[in-house]
Design a protein around this ligand. Sequence first.
Ligand code: DP6
Length: 351
Amino acid sequence: MVYAATATAPVNIACIKYWGKRDTKLILPTNSSLSVTLDQDHLRSTTTSRADESFEKGDRLWLNGKEEVVKPDGRLGVCITELRNWRSIEEEKDSSLPKLSQWPLRIASYNNFPTAAGLASSASGLAALVASLARLYQLPQTPSQLSLIARQGSGSACRSLFGGFVAWREGVKSDGSDSLAEEVAPQSHWPDMHAVICVVSDAKKGTSSTSGMQRTVETSTLLQERLRIVPGRMEAISTAIKEKNFEEFASITMKDSNSFHSVCLDTSPPIFYLNDVSKSIIAVIEELNRSSGKIIAAYTFDAGPNAVIYALKENIPKVLGAINRFFPTSEEPRDPFGIAAQDLPEGFDLK
Ligand code: DP6
């Protein structure tokens, strides 16, 4: 009998950013966050886990074919241990279950997109790892309960256990038992919401999210102001999603991206994730919105220069038209929907 299970998890991009931990070991955030899971076949991590009595002692893990060391007290090790503990509880309840919790593991994980492209590979990777082990161990826990474990692998990973619109509630308990992800709305609630990803640079980021956010917590005074503002934004964007109010959704998304990059600048030494191309993309989208007479697109940037632009399906041709005009690429843009770029709105005028 072979005990193996495979699971995949997609990338998620936050509209309300997670930036700061109140507990670095348990990965408890300083604020709640909210993201959209990108339901794309080409932006996923796939993980296969196998438990076997005959394996040599110790767990081993390969990421894109390269072996990573699993330290027992490191992030991966903690996730594996917690899931094993849940499995052993099931084995105690039902003695007929094979003792998988005692067997060594071999885990292989692949991203079908460049790991270095700054597209939240740790989020999908850790979520796929947790989902595959939960399946291997046939755990009864809900996705929200599993998110408690994924969170300890990488904060943003807890949101990738759900599709659609997902909130990570910061929680109040010091043991982290209420710091979990939950669905705000499924993808089917607002299927017209689309994302355009503009890869500005596929170089590995200079300052990692983990160390960058810690530096912000330690040195930024502006962060306190951000923490005052975010709860209201969480409420407002959840309502906007429920009511499918794109303008409100987009306005909050852009504000929060800019607020996040402002606290990065307020960090000492300052952190710059946006480059000149990123800033030009902001200018193009702002002008596209102005000349359209309403907000039809929202940019957001994570810990790197790449832009994600949210827009409703009907407006994607306009977004592609604007981006293609100002940033022609040697490569044909990847366009899974076959949507043609459209001319810019009349009056579009980028100074
Ligand atoms: C800017 O989840 O990568 O993408 O918890 O230290 O692993 P760790 O950080 P990580 O941070 C993501 C930061 C962000 C914003 C977000 O996804 O909410």
